[in-house]
Design a protein around this ligand. Structure first.
Ligand code: GLC
Length: 493
């Protein structure tokens, strides 16, 4: 395997800035690639909250007929002491006007902000001491990069051999802006404002740039890569994705097995492994105390999530009364849409002794909940990959999921396959199927401890570390390079 030079472009990277799973992936995949000998570096915007980074250089970037300054800063990705040799540089694009403010996205000028981000990267690279073989872009905030590379830099020798990968972490978020953003992008309206290019229902769709122009595309599970080619999951882009199906791959995410390890996790109350699983219950009791729930060995069911419709929260809301009639406890941690925040806050009022609802973002408490609960709910309507079910498995907390996307690829239904089953899953996205499936899990927990142990064992011995998937990314990178070479040859004859 060659030593590729890889630049990961991501709008969020843990631990610097995070709104969701993309940050975890962008913060952990690079380590796995570096362990395989790759020269991997990361580039992201320098948001206001990011401190203690060093100055590298600045350069002008053309925006709407005037020049803006991009200040390039750098740091390294924090790793555990024993992995200090990995040394993964992280570059930051800074500009006061675009990035010095609260929040990551959701601003009215996001189109201009991420246009600036991508342009700054492409102008900066030739001046830096790093010529990537692969530029690996993630989600709509970086999806214009493959387009700019092909249409604005086609004669630039520096980029001649560079191949691009575009990873779709969630097709639902596409980066759609009014037509006049084309001026800011310096893209010709005649050429680019049509359905074959960036036009999408009268708007400009950034995601299309990545899908059309990247050398190869992938999503974060195999199942999701197939689902998005259907109208049901395609978010209006299924036709285009079908057109590129030859170049569209699915690679399931891993999680950081060093960070998420019940044997060494410093955030949980008492460490445990499969061999010392009896210590898991101490985590339950201490969690109950911390959250003001009665201390007892009832099934503790948890949910940690962004509170948005995608996550199947309407199903959860509709079973709450039935569920909380049983001798169980329910713990929810998350923030998001007001509607769901209120829905769950009301449950807390009605069931003080059975439900703990924490509206907020708290990574330390999250670990305590993974360790202290028995069952984890994830009935997502769609799920490109999902990381929480993988963390749950690692902590011996059994996921109950809707069989879709990455959930279908990672969770094996125990009643269907008692040999390999590591959780419970249901096929029809309906309240009754969800409720029946959860009841099955509760019955097994309450009445068949030997079988429950078997599920825990299957869950904790499943391997969703990055190692396997990192190898798949490396062969995807190699494929992209071959394709780039072939396309160049075809062009030059
Ligand atoms: C998005 C998806 C989630 C995936 C994550 C990382 O947040 O919704 O399913 O796990 O990206 O790829």
């Amino acid at each position: 395997m060659s030593n590729l030079k890889i630049l990961i472009v991501s709008p969020e990277v843990d631990p610097f800035a995070k709104t969701g799973g993309l940050a975890d992936v962008a913060g952990s995949l690079p380590k796995a690639l570096a362990r395989h000998g790759m020269d991997v570096r990361i580039i992201m915007p320098k948001y206001k909250n990011i401190q203690n980074v060093d100055y590298l250089m600045d350069l002008p970037v053309e925006m709407d007929g005037h020049l803006e300054t991009a200040i390039i800063k750098y740091s390294t990705l924090p790793v555990k002491e024993e992995e200090a040799h990995l040394n993964i540089p992280v570059y930051f694009i800074d500009n006061y006007k675009y990035f010095y403010r609260g929040g990551l996205y959701g601003h009215p000028d996001d189109g201009a902000r991420f246009n600036f981000f991508v342009k700054a990267i492409l102008s900066a690279l030739p001046r830096m001491d790093f010529k990537p073989d692969i530029i690996h872009c993630n989600d709509w905030q970086s999806s214009l990069l493959p387009l700019f590379l092909k249409v604005k830099y086609e004669d630039e020798p520096f980029y001649r051999d560079t191949a691009t990968i575009f990873t779709i972490h969630n097709l639902h978020y596409q980066g759609r802006f009014p037509k006049d953003i084309l001026t800011t992008l310096n893209l010709n309206e005649k050429r680019f404002f049509n359905p074959e290019e960036l036009e999408f229902w009268g708007q400009v769709n950034f995601m299309k740039g990545g899908i059309i122009y990247a050398d190869l595309i992938n999503t974060v599970s195999n199942k999701y890569s197939l689902e998005i080619q259907t109208p049901e999951f395609g978010e209006g882009l299924d036709g285009l994705l079908r057109k590129r199906s030859q170049d569209l791959y699915g690679i399931v995410n891993g999680i950081d097995y060093h960070k998420f390890n019940p044997e060494t996790d410093e955030n949980i109350y008492k460490n445990y492994s499969l061999d010392t699983i009896e210590n898991k219950i101490e985590n339950k009791y201490r969690l109950q105390e911390e959250l003001g729930l009665p201390r007892k060995d009832v099934p503790v069911i948890s949910l940690i999530s962004r509170l948005v419709a995608q996550k199947g929260l309407d199903l959860v809301g509709q079973i709450m009364n039935d569920l909380l009639k049983e001798d169980v406890q329910f713990i929810l941690l998350g923030t998001g849409e007001d509607y769901y925040q209120q829905m769950f806050s009301q449950i807390k009022v009605r069931y003080k002794d059975k439900a703990a609802i924490i509206i907020g973002f708290d990574p330390v408490l999250a670990q305590k909940i993974y360790a202290g609960s028995d069952i984890f709910l994830m009935p997502s309507k769609f799920e490109p990959c999902g990381l929480s079910q993988l963390i749950s498995l690692r902590y011996g907390t059994i996921p109950v999921v809707h069989a879709t996307g990455g959930l279908e690829d990672t969770i094996i239904d125990f009643p269907t396959d008692p040999e390999k089953g590591n959780g419970f899953s249901f096929k029809n996205f309906s309240v009754s199927d969800f409720w029946i499936t959860l009841q099955r899990a509760l019955d097994l927990f309450n009445n068949h401890p030997d079988q429950w142990r078997k599920i825990i064992s299957n869950a904790m011995t499943a391997d969703f570390s990055w190692d396997k998937s990192a190898k798949k990314y490396i062969s995807l990178y190699e494929k992209a390079l071959e394709k780039r070479k072939k396309d160049l040859l075809a062009k030059t004859g």
